[in-house]
Design a protein around this ligand. Structure first.
Ligand SMILES: Cc1ncc(CO)c(N)n1
Length: 221
């Protein structure tokens, strides 16, 4: 079994819990309060800034120009393209994206997730960086494609663009490429590094579920 298949199998209950989380179902049914959406976007904006930095630290650990180009593209995508799903949510909640960013700081779960990724990126191997960022990509592709399959949203769904952003084939293509990279890396590395990657991956999966819980319950300090 490929390394990423093993990871995915072990994390299956967490992926299932994310698909059925009330915040995710709230996106599927366009039934979330403006406060819940505002909290999510505020926290996700801060989260994605850290996420881009984690990729930058990963870039410094790359061995080839091809790997560096891959990370560079992903950083550009996070900083530019991922603004769109946030704007879709803000339009739905009728809040201003610029206004909600003012004075925002990380809630406990966002802080925990950001710290986890930064520790992997600063103290870990290239494998740790790859493993800690993978759930971010994988859980969103999985939950969005699950919504498409289960709810068959049409263009008049107020959050259609959010769902489509993560469910489209380009996203799946990017995920598949990342998994292939990790599998090739895992084949060449030590048992110790693989075990550390597995832990980094699982903690990020748990944090993805908790991030939705944080948004749903308006968690704060
Ligand atoms: C917390 C979190 N995980 C994953 C994604 C998808 O990029 C996101 N925007 N936010």
């Amino acid at each position: 079994m490929r390394f990423t298949e093993e990871l995915r199998r072990e994390a299956d209950p967490i992926f299932e819990a994310i698909r059925n989380h009330p915040f995710v179902r709230g996106i599927a049914e366009a039934f979330l309060s403006p406060a819940q959406i505002t909290h999510y976007v505020q926290q996700d904006y801060l989260y994605l800034s850290t996420y881009a930095k984690v990729y930058s630290l990963g870039l410094a650990k790359c061995r080839t120009r091809e790997e560096m180009r891959d990370f560079h593209e992903r950083i550009g995508f996070i900083l530019n393209a991922e603004v769109h799903p946030h704007l879709t949510l803000c339009r739905f909640a009728n809040v201003s994206y610029e206004a909600l960013q003012q004075g925002a700081s990380m809630a406990p779960t966002a802080h925990h997730y950001a710290s986890h990724m930064l520790v992997c990126a600063q103290a870990g191997t290239l494998g740790d960086v790859l493993a800690t960022v993978l759930p971010c990509h994988w859980t969103y592709v999985d939950l969005a494609r699950n919504i498409v399959h289960r709810d068959e949203p049409t263009k008049d769904h107020p959050l259609y663009e959010w769902i489509e952003f993560y469910a489209n084939d380009d996203m799946l293509f990017g995920l598949t490429a990342l998994c292939r990279w990790i599998d090739e890396y895992a084949e060449r590395t030590s048992d110790e590094d693989r075990a550390s990657m597995q832990e980094a991956f699982l903690v990020s999966c748990h944090m993805e579920r908790r991030f939705f819980e944080m948004a749903y319950t308006l968690e704060n300090w």
